[in-house]
Design a protein. Structure first.
Ligand code: C2E
Ligand code: MG
Ligand code: MG
Ligand code: MG
Length: 286
């Protein structure tokens, strides 16, 4: 296939050859298209938030949602966030896009609050946003503009912010003063140790789906998850298991003291109107 991927084109002059590497070229042009696209995605209103329910595991009750960004590129179609978020981070567009996500999520939650649907709204925060010196101000602005009560906003940050532990501590204290909740996302995939959590004002830890995937089949993973739950009890943070796809995983988690979760077993991320009917259904029941 190397032959297929690469060919040599003769240019104008005798010794003037140009190399084309087909696959690399198409990856590169896709990346350039995505970079260009990201610069106008906000203005062109191509971005949308979907919301995945977060549930109390032993009852299935929805107590919150996580906002997940969706991008419909006019030419390339739906681009997964795992592809476009890193590019947005690279070109700095994650700053305005992340600000929009925060504002949009707060406005949406305020609409739900006014309908009597009092739920948590979790928003993913890139470490680039977290490092922005105006980050806490942007959180305050999103709350003030929407009039959403701060205690219903959760910020999901990743272990990568642990690199600058002193600054992270200071920002977390500021966020605590604002009244928002903070979660460590994808816990266990980075290089931070459990002990780091002991020294940080964290409300929640999300057990990464790669662990949840293995709790029934890998006894090491199962004991690691048990350890995380015990640690959470000792130093007072809640655990949320992500990526739950099976009933048996729910049973294991509930049996081992993990109270909260999310995953396709309960619901995939859904557009506003669809998640709203789920939420209204839930409010009418209770
Ligand atoms: P994340 O924050 O860890 O979000 C969880 C991801 O797992 C989501 O993927 C969700 O759709 C997916 N998921 C949920 N339940 C299941 C399940 O049962 N099985 C499996 N296999 N997957 C499940 P998504 O929406 O593609 O987002 C991927 C990542 O992109 C997120 O991981 C987050 O790191 C990032 N992301 C998404 N939206 C934003 C955003 O607004 N801002 C930032 N900075 N990052 C975002
Ligand atoms: Mg998340
Ligand atoms: Mg996660
Ligand atoms: Mg994850």
């Amino acid at each position: 296939n190397a032959d297929k991927a690469m060919y040599l084109a003769k240019g104008q002059g005798k010794n003037n050859y140009q190399f084309y590497v087909h696959e690399d070229e198409s990856i590169l042009s896709r990346k350039i298209k995505l970079e260009r696209g990201l610069k106008r995605a906000l203005v062109n209103k191509e971005l949308e938030l979907h919301y995945q329910p977060k549930v109390v595991l032993n009852s299935g009750d929805i107590y919150g949602v996580e906002a997940l960004l969706r991008w419909n590129h006019p030419e390339l179609g739906r681009i997964p966030p795992t592809e476009f978020i890193p590019i947005a981070e690279e070109i700095g567009m994650i700053i305005p896009i992340g600000k929009w996500v925060l504002e949009e999520a707060c406005i949406q939650n305020k609409i739900w609050q006014d309908l009597g649907i009092k739920i948590m709204m979790n928003v993913n925060i890139s470490s680039i946003q977290f490092e922005d010196s105006h980050f806490v101000d942007k959180v305050k602005i999103a709350l003030a503009a929407s009039q959403m009560p701060p205690k219903y906003l959760g910020l999901e940050i990743t272990e990568s912010v642990m690199q600058n532990i002193n600054r992270t501590y200071a920002i977390l204290e500021e966020l605590k003063a604002v009244g928002v909740k903070v979660a460590i996302d994808d816990f266990g995939t980075g290089y931070s140790s459990l002990s780091v959590l002991n020294n940080l004002p964290i409300d929640l830890v999300k057990i990464d789906k790669s662990f949840v995937n293995e709790i029934l089949t890998n006894s090491n993973t199962a004991s690691l998850v048990k350890t995380m739950v015990q640690m959470g009890e000792n130093i007072d943070f809640d655990l949320v298991a992500e990526g739950i796809e099976e009933q048996e995983q729910v049973a294991f988690l509930v049996g081992n003291g993990c109270k909260f979760g999310q995953g396709y077993f309960f619901s995939p991320p859904l557009p506003v109107s669809e998640v709203e009917s789920l939420l209204i259904g839930k409010v009418e029941k209770t």
